[in-house]
Design a binder for this molecule. Structure first.
Ligand code: UD1
Ligand code: PEP
Length: 417
């Protein structure tokens, strides 16, 4: 397994191109199997999660061809074979196979999902949605079996506005009889991306991106071509890294509207942020003032940027309080940052961060964004080399990380652990 070696202390400078969104890609791939003819996805990121998903679809009988950023998915000979174990355990988004296979075949058997394991991540709202649509759901030794004679539209109120549950219900309800309404739906841009693909496949979905989504079921779905939205979390991470190293970076190929919460926080810290049509320029400042951050559902500050933001806040003068209202205990990066000399303590669902200079250390990424936090922190440290293990987590969400950072002037490389 590789480790990441970083000799920091260099301001990042130049342009970085943002890839397609991981959290869209891993929902669009299963959405594509609802079509009985070929779906072409453009702007697909080269990530381990995407490769795993492509394997899962092949196991189900889909024809996959992946060329550059384009994948063609032919699901004309697909079967709903049970997938209790194996690669479904490698990623969180394998739960979308439940909604997609239920919509296409009226049945699915899928093992409980894997993914980043920062705390228990229940799927009760997904199951509530499937049951409301008329499915019977049982749990057999960690495998969820879902069967429906006929899916019927229903009114579903989500107790928490879950991204995964909203998308999973949209997938199944696209093939239900009649109208499904999701209330308290999640509003993340990835949900709009999935609805856009499904509508291009012939679905009738209205209201995606608002808290009420209406899905009029249709008898069949067909192929189409769709380009994936830019990854707002990858973009936000480079914005944070540029600010933390007091660099000057053009983050290219983004939707600035998706970046409003992080943009506002960086401005509050004292970072210079310039918005263009499809790019954002970040120019760091010599001194930042502590700020408080609340991670919330979209359009609030993204929980997925909470960990890298913690690293940036170590570079601000004074005490910052970062509270995660989405996940109560997503702080696996904190003990590792403390090993790098950070002055952080966790109280309840908040991290209290007192700014100071960090030092190099041997640290371990315990999940994807915890890894991103360590990369940002390491880039600020001029003395010595920071060694980061657990790089396979980071590879789930950041394509060509070493190449992209090197192009910005960072001294970073991979070594065999
Ligand atoms: C593949 C993917 O897109 N992953 C993202 C998705 O995860 P994911 O879709 O799993 O996250 P959710 O939006 O579902 O979770 C939000 C909150 O709701 C709770 N919850 C969720 C479902 C449920 O049935 N019951 C329940 O209690 C969760 O524990 C969490 O506290 O959104 C998260 C929140 O923006 C992001 O951190 C993840 O990067
Ligand atoms: C938590 C994340 O991913 P997943 O839900 O796939 O584990 C993430 O992208 O930060």
């Amino acid at each position: 397994m590789d480790k990441l070696m970083i000799r920091g202390g260099r301001p990042l400078r130049g342009t970085v191109s943002i890839s397609g969104a991981k959290n869209s890609a891993v929902a669009l791939l299963p959405a594509a199997i609802l079509a009985e003819s070929e779906v072409v996805l453009d702007n697909l990121p080269h990530l381990s999660d995407v490769a795993v998903y492509a394997d899962l679809l092949e196991q189900l009988g889909a024809g996959i061809s992946w060329n550059g950023e384009t994948m063609r998915i032919d699901s004309s000979s697909l079967n709903s074979i049970p997938m209790p174990n194996g690669k479904v355990k490698l990623l969180r988004a394998s739960y979308y196979l439940m909604g997609a296979l239920l919509g296409r075949f009226g049945e699915a058997t899928i093992g409980l999902p894997g993914g980043c394991n920062f705390e228990p991540r229940p799927i009760d709202q997904h199951i509530k949605g499937f049951e409301a649509l008329g499915a019977q759901v049982s749990n057999d030794q960690g495998s969820i079996r879902i069967v429906a004679k006929e899916l019927r539209g229903a009114k579903i109120y989500l107790d928490v506005s879950s991204v995964g549950a909203t998308i999973n219900i949209m997938l199944a309800a696209s093939r239900a009889k009649g109208l499904t309404t999701i209330e308290n739906a999640a509003k993340e841009p990835e949900i709009i991306d999935v609805a856009t693909l499904l509508n291009a496949m012939g679905a009738k979905i209205k209201g995606a991106g608002t808290e009420t989504i209406r899905i009029e079921g249709v008898d069949g779905l067909h192929g189409c071509r769709h380009s994936i939205i830019p990854d707002r979390i990858q973009a936000g991470t480079y914005m944070i890294a540029a600010a933390a190293t007091r660099g000057d970076v053009l983050i290219d190929g983004v939707i600035p509207k998706h970046m409003e919460a992080i943009t506002a926080k960086l401005l509050e810290l004292g970072v210079h942020v310039e918005e263009m049509d499809e790019a954002i320029r970040i120019v760091g400042a010599p001194r930042y003032e502590a700020v408080d951050v609340k991670a919330l559902v979209y359009p609030g500050f993204a929980t997925d940027l909470q960990s890298p933001m913690t690293s940036l806040l170590t570079q601000a003068s004074g005490v910052s309080i970062l509270t995660d209202y989405v996940y109560s205990n997503r702080f696996k990066h904190v003990p590792e940052l403390v090993r790098m000399g950070a002055n952080i303590r966790v109280e309840g669902r908040s991290a209290i961060i007192e700014g100071n200079q960090l030092n190099s250390a041997k640290v371990k990424a315990a999940d994807l964004r915890a890894g991103a936090a360590l990369v940002v922190a390491a880039l600020t440290v001029a003395d010595g080399i920071t060694e980061i293990t657990g790089v396979d987590y980071i590879d789930r969400g950041y394509d060509n990380l070493v190449e992209k950072l090197r192009a910005l002037g960072a001294d970073v490389w991979r070594e065999k652990d």
